[in-house]
Design a protein around this ligand. Sequence first.
Ligand code: AMP
Length: 187
Amino acid sequence: MNFILFGPPGAGKGTQAKYLVKKLSNYQISTGDMLREEIQKDTEIGKRIVNDMDDGRFVSDEIVNTLIEKVLLDPKKKDRLIFDGYPRSLAQAKNLDILLKKSNQKIDFIFFLNVDKETILKRVEKRKILEKRSDDDLNILIKRYDTYMETTKPILDFYSKNPNFHEIDGSSKIEEITGKIDSFINV
Ligand code: AMP
């Protein structure tokens, strides 16, 4: 089964992705983690994206699509994908469609964890202390939330017509969200 998880930064996409990884032996494909790794390893891509990432801006579609292609065409990961933080633009969504067709795959479930800004801010303040993520500075977070909502809106409109699109209240407790996901996937 392949999944897409949507939700603004701090909505709990990562937590639910990890739950599904454990339950189904799937792979979490977090473009945020992949991009941070490029910066950490100081690769050519890392050097190109560090400023955008630090300022809470989106990295170019071209870079993200290149990183994603390798994962999607990996036979080991076929039908075991959980997209966390991708696609984030219509260009990325279209690219994903092409790569899915090319690799003879489809998306089985699309979950949108919807949370308001206030709840997110409270959560990320906690995560900032726990994980020491440098980009989780409050102002940057607000920018990231707004950018996410603005840029993702057209993609949500695009996917929400899909019968396997489900909106879940992301301000619920972790176990409640997990329970809802379980009831949808029914395994
Ligand atoms: P995340 O860990 O998913 O919250 O992503 C952290 C940052 O990585 C974002 O604020 C963006 O700068 C960048 N990023 C992650 N995924 C994408 C994507 N699919 N497209 C463009 N930029 C991304």
